[in-house]
Design a protein around this ligand. Structure first.
Ligand SMILES: [Zn+2]
Length: 112
């Protein structure tokens, strides 16, 4: 797999996530439906919001990571470890294209 293929895959995932994030945001802003008048239903609806909100945050974090990875592909820094500046092993970067650290630095960071 070459870099451009990775970029295309990331872009496709980004499009999907952006569509999902838009739906989640609309849901949270109640653009689709108003809060139910019934108090009991309203409670259920609001506790669903917490789940949706958590999902929305996760989706946004993933969107940011993918945007950043595409940016690095475009500026040529993709595949370089942010910490030590060495090349990230191809198997690792292809499996996790959004990673910013080589396996050594990532495990150090996790243990820090
Ligand atoms: Zn490193």
């Amino acid at each position: 797999m070459d870099v451009q293929e990775v970029r295309l895959k990331l872009k496709a995932e980004l499009d999907t996530l952006e569509a999902r994030s838009g739906r989640l945001t609309r849901h949270l802003r109640r653009e689709d439906e108003a809060l139910p008048d019934d108090w009991e239903e309203r409670g259920t609806s609001l506790s669903n919001d917490e789940v949706v909100e958590a999902l929305d945050l996760k989706t946004r974090a993933r969107i940011d990571a993918i945007r950043a990875a595409i940016g690095r592909i475009d500026d040529g820094s993709w595949g370089e470890c942010l910490e030590c500046g060495r090349d990230i092993a191809p198997a690792r970067i292809l499996a996790v294209p959004t990673t910013r650290m080589c396996i050594k630095c990532a495990s150090k960071a996790n243990h820090a």
